[in-house]
Write a protein that binds this ligand. Structure first.
Ligand SMILES: *[C@@H]1O[C@H](CO)[C@@H](O)[C@H](O)[C@H]1NC(C)=O
Ligand SMILES: *[C@@H]1O[C@H](CO)[C@@H](O)[C@H](O)[C@H]1NC(C)=O
Ligand SMILES: *[C@@H]1O[C@H](CO)[C@@H](O)[C@H](O)[C@H]1NC(C)=O
Ligand SMILES: *[C@@H]1O[C@H](CO)[C@@H](O)[C@H](O)[C@H]1NC(C)=O
Ligand SMILES: *[C@@H]1O[C@H](CO)[C@@H](O)[C@H](O)[C@H]1NC(C)=O
Ligand SMILES: *[C@@H]1O[C@H](CO)[C@@H](O)[C@H](O)[C@H]1NC(C)=O
Ligand SMILES: *[C@@H]1O[C@H](CO)[C@@H](O)[C@H](O)[C@H]1NC(C)=O
Ligand SMILES: *[C@@H]1O[C@H](CO)[C@@H](O)[C@H](O)[C@H]1NC(C)=O
Ligand SMILES: *[C@@H]1O[C@H](CO)[C@@H](O)[C@H](O)[C@H]1NC(C)=O
Ligand SMILES: *[C@@H]1O[C@H](CO)[C@@H](O)[C@H](O)[C@H]1NC(C)=O
Ligand SMILES: *[C@@H]1O[C@H](CO)[C@@H](O)[C@H](O)[C@H]1NC(C)=O
Ligand SMILES: *[C@@H]1O[C@H](CO)[C@@H](O)[C@H](O)[C@H]1NC(C)=O
Length: 715
């Protein structure tokens, strides 16, 4: 009987349950759920072997990432891991799992508030646990939650034994004291996030109905069990998996890549157009404004990044718009480059690549062209009106750099007059927080400043976690607004970020040599609020629809995530590109053909501009759009760590992060009749049971190829 179990499956129960978390109670005593009818005769007419699975449709797995020396993340065995479900809502509940329960191994349904280092380390040390499904705490854990490191990107910034050694390894300032580091641990069992409270409820109900220990003794079969599939192909380290990739690609007829470097695109534009296929004159000075656009959490492609990324890149975009609107920008003596880095979470992929390209003459600018550097980094959680200016204490020792840094700080402070932003200097004894600027400082003594809402440790209590959501930056809307009204509603958060953007834009104008009164330079809170909505709540909104190319409309899903990809640009990259083009570009009167082939049209100055044929808004009362051509200076350049260009997979200079490939990610629950049946036969899991949750992750994941730059034609 055991051998036959699971071979003949019925998906009847699941079909009946479609769309409802509560299943009909048509099967007598097994009230509610599953009705996986195992014991003979318990439900007339059903075959003894029949097992009915309920797929979990809204989950996110923890996957394996690798760097030069380690593997981190999670995985299941190749046929998935199974266990009897035990709900853990308070620490005492762990005793059952770790010691008392008679049916190990257990699959734990863990309350989000207990998802912490202490509990995970306990579970890591036992064979009585086969996996974990974590529910989301609501409200956000009040004590804070950050699975990232206390000292993010340690070792890849500027401070080292050769440069400000007393500041290395966060000796002076621990930036993320709440960081538990669990994202950087290696787990040999699967861990999934349950994204939908209703699905969590379905599992809890199944547990209630079958698994609750009664009268001190263990519950009787049938028991409710869970199976998680997240087997990972890559092991050990990037050095190992890249070597294996290259062997496979060289000798195998059917190459099977096991891991991919994290890879995406940086987005950048300039205030005054530059020849992107040529070189900027050596004498020409450029001010770089920078932010990161990626974020992270413990779970794959869960990265809301409200404070850690979105607050600052939205402010940056608003500053770019405000500066472009100034009437005399074309006369400014210095140029400004707006730069949005991808992959910064993973040891500064984007910024290290841009610096590398500049050093290797593969970028229109050289490092020597950089006049100064202004970075925005977590700016939504200001205490009152205070915005902190961080500088590098080592730069203060160099007299000429010191003068320029002083000038930079003075200009910023003066630019805040009249705006609701109080700029304060952080003392000279504190190093720079983790920032892209550090990668530029590694290469040159560039004067620069990093603007943040924190003086020392982050204000953000949910850094690199699933709780860094709109609520974390206090975005609030009145009840009952339609999506369109929400898009346009100006929140206090938007007003506050617009103030910061105004100060930044005015300071940039002055830094670029502008002498006129700056009171007309003003960031638009309406633009900021739309961006916050689009990048944090709903990408598929009328504004984003109107400003992208028609063939990109598939990228507009609902809740945005800002996790870096392994091949083509992720949704965030494209959207930053098109929002930047919309805010800083101009609508030009070109036909579709001319716009798509500007080299064939007269006076388009193809080397100076990018042209995009965008969808346009819906005509009032109709379903047709009015597309148009946008001319801008926006470009994408590759954000792949130089370690992979150089094939130095063991590099300690450049990021070496790769992501393992996998075949199958899914989760399901079912009833088991006996110990023997606990491991369902692996034969034909059945295509129909594939959870939609899986297809919502790019299903192309396992077959993504590491292809040459798909944007070559865009540049
Ligand atoms: C997942 O979707 C399937 C098919 O729509 C449905 O039968 C099943 O009940 C869903 N799972 C849960 C836990 O709600
Ligand atoms: C750490 O910082 C303290 C004071 O800031 C300093 O005295 C000490 O030497 C530093 N440690 C290292 C290893 O540099
Ligand atoms: C790789 O990651 C692990 C875990 O975070 C870390 O301990 C190790 O130092 C990293 N290796 C390198 C070369 O950065
Ligand atoms: C959860 O169930 C409730 C009640 O059935 C329903 O109103 C709600 O929309 C569901 N939530 C999700 C995210 O499906
Ligand atoms: C741009 O640079 C390329 C390569 O140096 C040069 O051939 C071209 O004439 C330049 N175009 C403009 C408009 O300056
Ligand atoms: C905010 O500023 C006030 C007054 O300067 C200070 O007392 C308070 O500790 C600050 N709060 C935080 C979270 O930094
Ligand atoms: C200034 O900003 C602070 C914090 O964002 C806010 O509490 C205050 O109301 C603002 N004041 C004005 C005059 O806008
Ligand atoms: C100031 O603005 C006027 C006209 O708006 C312009 O002619 C002049 O060149 C500007 N001066 C500078 C230094 O930008
Ligand atoms: C991102 O774009 C892909 C298509 O490229 C789409 O399938 C996916 O749903 C989008 N993600 C989100 C979070 O909207
Ligand atoms: C930007 O988008 C708005 C709203 O869709 C549109 O009215 C405007 O023309 C666009 N501007 C550019 C330069 O694309
Ligand atoms: C756009 O160009 C077309 C032909 O090239 C011309 O007929 C039309 O008047 C132009 N429209 C505007 C607003 O300049
Ligand atoms: C759109 O339809 C509404 C109601 O049907 C009408 O009042 C309005 O005038 C129409 N607008 C246009 C531009 O046709």
């Amino acid at each position: 009987m055991a051998a036959a179990a699971g071979r003949a499956r019925s998906r009847r129960g699941m079909a009946a349950a479609a769309g409802s978390p509560r299943l009909p109670a048509w099967c007598g005593p097994l009230r509610g759920l599953l009705l996986a009818v195992l014991a003979a005769g318990s439900c007339h007419g059903n075959s003894v072997e029949r097992k009915i699975y309920i797929p979990l449709n809204k989950t996110a797995p923890c996957v394996r990432l690798l760097n030069a020396t380690h593997q981190i993340g999670c995985q299941s065995s190749i046929s998935g891991d199974t266990g009897v479900i035990h709900v853990v809502e308070k620490e005492e509940d762990l005793n059952w799992v770790l010691a008392d329960g008679p049916h190990p191994p257990y699959m734990i349904l863990l309350d989000g508030n207990l998802f912490n280092r202490k509990v995970l380390m306990q579970l890591k040390g036992t064979s009585r646990v086969s996996g974990l499904a974590v529910s989301i705490a609501k409200p956000n854990p009040p004590q804070g939650f950050s699975p990232g490191l206390k000292c993010p990107n340690d070792g890849f910034g500027v401070y080292s034994k050769d440069y400000g050694p007393q500041y290395a390894h966060c000796n002076t300032t621990v930036w993320n004291p709440l960081g538990s580091g669990i994202s950087y641990e290696d787990f040999d069992f699967p861990i999934f996030l349950l994204e939908d409270a209703n699905e969590t409820q379905v599992i809890k109900q199944c547990y209630q109905d079958h698994n609750v220990p009664r009268d001190g003794s263990g519950p009787e079969y049938p028991l409710c069990a869970m199976q998680l599939f997240s087997h990972m192909h890559a092991v050990t380290s990037t050095v190992t998996c890249m070597r294996r990739n290259s062997i496979q690609n060289t000798f195998s007829i059917n190459p099977e890549t096991v891991c991919d470097p994290l890879l995406d695109y940086n987005v950048w534009s300039t205030l005054q157009p530059i020849n992107s296929s040529g070189k900027v004159d050596r004498e020409k000075e450029v001010i770089i404004v920078a932010t990161r656009i990626d974020s992270h959490s413990f779970f794959w492609n869960i990265a809301p990044g409200a404070e850690s990324a979105v607050s600052s890149f939205v402010t940056h975009l608003a500053a770019a718009e405000a500066l472009h609107k100034a009437s005399d920008v074309h006369l400014l003596q210095r140029n400004v480059m707006f730069t949005f880095f991808q992959g910064e979470t993973f040891d500064y992929i984007g910024s290290s690549r841009m610096v590398y390209d500049m050093e290797k003459d593969k970028f229109p600018l050289r490092l020597d062209n950089i006049h100064s550097f202004v970075e925005l980094n977590q700016v939504a959680l200001r205490n009152g009106s205070v915005l902190w200016m961080h500088t590098d204490p080592v730069s203060w020792m160099n007299e000429s750099v010191q003068i320029q840094v002083r000038n930079l700080l003075d200009i910023l402070s003066n630019s805040s007059v009249g705006a609701n932003v109080t700029l304060r200097e952080v003392g000279y004894s504190q190093p720079l927080p983790p920032s892209s600027f550090q990668r530029f400082l590694r290469a040159r003594h560039i004067p620069g400043v990093v603007l943040t809402d924190h003086q020392a440790a982050f204000q953000n209590r949910y850094y690199q976690s699933m709780y860094d959501t709109p609520e974390n930056i206090r975005m609030q809307y009145p009840e009952g607004l339609s999506p369109e009204e929400t898009l346009e509603y100006v929140t206090d958060t938007a007003k506050s970020l617009a103030e910061v953007a105004t100060v930044v834009a005015r300071a940039l104008y002055r830094l670029a040599g502008g002498a006129n009164n700056t009171s007309a330079i003003q960031a638009d809170p309406k633009t900021v609020t739309r961006m916050l909505y689009g990048f944090l709540i709903k990408m598929n909104n009328s504004w984003f629809q109107s400003i992208i190319k028609p063939d990109l409309k598939g990228i507009l899903g609902d809740v945005p995530q800002h996790y870096v990809a392994v091949s083509s640009p992720v949704n965030t990259t494209y959207l930053v590109q098109y929002v930047l083009a919309n805010l800083t570009g101009t609508v030009v009167n070109l036909t579709k053909e001319e716009c798509l082939n500007p080299e064939k049209a007269p006076n388009t100055e193809k080397e100076l501009y990018d042209y995009a044929w965008v969808q346009g808004s819906l005509d009032p009362n109709s379903t047709t759009r009015v597309p148009y051509c946008v001319r801008s200076t926006v470009h994408l350049t590759k954000a792949l760590s130089p370690a992979f260009e150089l094939r130095q997979w063991g590099s300690t200079e450049y990021s070496t992060w790769t992501e393992s490939r996998w075949k199958e990610i899914r989760a399901r629950i079912f009833l088991v009749a006996s110990k023997e049946l606990e491991r369902p036969a692996t034969a034909a899991p059945g295509k129909g049971t594939k959870a939609p949750g899986v297809t919502s992750h790019p299903s192309s994941q396992p077959c993504k190829t590491w292809a040459p730059d798909p944007h070559a034609q865009d540049r």
